[in-house]
Design a protein around this ligand. Structure first.
Ligand SMILES: C[S@@+](CC[C@H](N)C(=O)[O-])C[C@H]1O[C@@H](n2cnc3c(N)ncnc32)[C@H](O)[C@@H]1O
Length: 205
């Protein structure tokens, strides 16, 4: 069995524009991301871009026994590695932009993402954010990594703007310097479009 790092590095070198990082997420950054994962009840948690499972392990360690934990990963080698090393994880081999076809509206209590947003075309970003907004339960949270290498430039700034347009609340956490590259996380709540749609269906203003 190949190591997580070996599989990650091979994928990062051969498909840099899909993987989007040089190394798996560090533990301090993963710990910051998983703070939105509920520790009680029977939550459903969705991870986007689990890669070799660095964040998945930490999510799992927080989850109560009744939880459902699903991950969406587009890279075949990562999917195969996860099946071999983390058989407890339900992995859907697909593009996150299509997740709405597999997960129902309002079903997910927390979405944790390590997707390389600034490398994803803007149209696909929009589809993924729409899908996240649709599957999030009211009261649910979506959190994602923002690499410092990207936040200062056009694509990173535009992505932050998109989050602000899509969610009623977007919080930025402190920077984790012990990550390669250093990064912070955005924590987003109350998707605007989905909340409006649900409100108009239930007749509330
Ligand atoms: C930066 S790596 C993070 C891997 C792992 N979660 C970690 O933190 O170490 C990004 C992951 O997102 C996956 N990915 C990129 N674009 C994707 C997409 N559109 N849909 C699903 N997964 C995607 C890549 O294959 C890769 O595994």
């Amino acid at each position: 069995m190949r190591s997580d790092l070996g599989v990650f590095l091979k994928a990062a070198v051969s498909r840099p524009l899909v993987i989007g990082a040089f190394a798996p997420t560090s533990e301090p950054l993963a710990a910051q991301l998983v703070e939105v994962v509920p520790k009680r009840g029977a939550p459903t948690v969705l991870e986007l871009g689990p890669g070799t499972g660095a964040i998945s392990e930490l999510i799992r360690s927080r989850l109560p026994a009744q939880a459902r934990f699903v991950a969406v990963e587009t890279d075949r080698a990562m999917v195969d590695h996860l099946a071999e090393t983390r058989p407890w994880l339900e992995v859907l081999h697909m593009d996150a932009a299509d997740l709405g076809s597999r997960i129902g509206e309002g079903e997910v209590d927390a979405v944790v993402s390590a997707l390389p947003w600034t490398l994803i075309p803007e149209r696909a970003q929009g589809r993924i954010l729409e899908a996240i907004s649709r599957v999030l339960a009211s009261g649910g949270s979506f959190t994602t990594i923002a690499y410092l290498t990207g936040t200062r430039f056009g694509p990173g700034r535009r992505f932050r703007g998109r989050l602000g347009a899509a969610f009623d609340e977007v919080l930025t956490t402190r920077t984790v310097w012990r990550n390669l590259p250093p990064a912070r996380t955005y924590v987003c709540r109350r998707p605007i479009a989905a909340t409006q749609q649900r409100g108009s269906r239930s007749g509330s203003p």
